[in-house]
Design a protein around this ligand. Structure first.
Ligand code: 7PJ
Length: 306
């Protein structure tokens, strides 16, 4: 021990305490209609299925319902623990889609997949009416990237169906969110958002064990904000809810490393592995097989950490 420098010793000791407390994972349960997941358990991989003509990572490939269903089946084969189906692109400056169009895109795909797969389906939507219809069609989770809304209709739809709910942080709306994101302390503000939303959701009848928290990488955040949130992920464990991380192929990777969309898999995997190490329980990805392999390896090593 370095007795000449007591400050350094205190720092080292408190860091050790941190590591120790973090490796004790509190049991948690996630309920989403007929599904129940007990944590700690291997992280869940959420496969992305965009039924849109304009999504930034795979726009147009699965716009046809038959192609979308086939892709959904393939993602499950590849190891997806759940599917996230979206009919409206939320990329920066995306053009909003009408409710009718969004329903037309996603409902037939959800109906068919719900009959054919055993893993939960999540509906990626900002519209309460689409969420309701998707739950009726067989979805079990609502992935709400607009959890910053003021009204309670989404919360009530989730409560009535006993669905899971991804509460994602976004500053602004997809149309404007990347114009000039500003925070005093992004990590503190996202934590306060989570606490406020969990209270409001409870008021709508959504139980704590239905809720998943997601800091919303890329949603009204600069590259620096995204890095701060990924770096502080561990601190969100104290909220005692499963944490979802969606960094797959996102543009901050391109900005940081100067790599095109098709070349972002290694960096996406780095985000996924470090997120799992920091305590994330759900990883949202376009590249299911690669992500499953990377995080299973990460978990095998973590299980041997002394
Ligand atoms: C996210 C999402 C995310 C959650 C998208 C893309 C952009 N939902 N939907 N978290 N990203 N919960 O796929 O790159 O990070 S759309």
């Amino acid at each position: 021990m370095n007795v000449q420098n007591p400050v350094a010793v205190t720092e080292v000791l408190s860091r050790k305490m941190d590591d120790r407390t973090c490796s004790i994972r509190k049991p948690m349960i996630l309920r989403a209609r007929q599904f129940e997941f007990m944590f700690p358990r291997p992280a869940l991989v959420m496969g992305i299925l965009n039924v849109t003509p304009d999504s930034f990572a795979d726009g147009g490939r699965y716009a046809d319902p038959r192609a979308a269903v086939d892709r959904g089946l393939e993602l499950v084969e590849l190891g997806a623990d759940c599917l996230d189906i979206g009919g409206e692109s939320t990329r920066p400056r995306a053009v909003p889609v009408s409710e009718t169009e969004e329903l037309h895109r996603v409902i037939p795909v959800i109906e068919q997949l719900a009959r054919r797969i055993k893993v939960p389906i999540s509906i990626d939507t900002m519209k309460p009416a689409v969420a309701r219809a998707a739950l009726q069609a067989g979805a079990s989770v609502v992935n709400d990237v607009a959890a910053n809304r003021a009204d309670e209709t989404m919360g009530r739809a989730v409560a009535e169906a006993h669905a899971g709910y991804v509460c994602m942080h976004m500053q602004g709306t997809p149309a404007t969110m990347q114009d000039h994101p500003v925070y005093t302390d992004v990590v503190r503000e996202v934590r306060e958002f989570f606490l406020d939303r969990m209270r409001r959701l409870n008021d709508c009848g959504v139980a704590g064990d239905q809720i998943i928290l997601d800091s919303g990488i890329g949603f009204g955040k600069s590259s620096e904000h995204n890095l701060q949130l990924l770096g502080a992920l561990r601190s969100f464990r104290e909220l005692e809810r499963p944490l979802l991380v969606g960094a797959s192929r996102k543009s901050f990777i391109g900005k940081l490393l100067g790599v095109e969309l098709a070349e972002r898999l290694p960096a996406s995997l780095a985000c996924a592995c470090l997120a799992v190490e920091a305590g994330a329980q759900i990883i949202r990805t376009h590249d299911v097989a690669e992500t499953v392999q990377a995080i299973r390896m990460t978990e095998a090593i973590l299980a041997h950490r002394k």
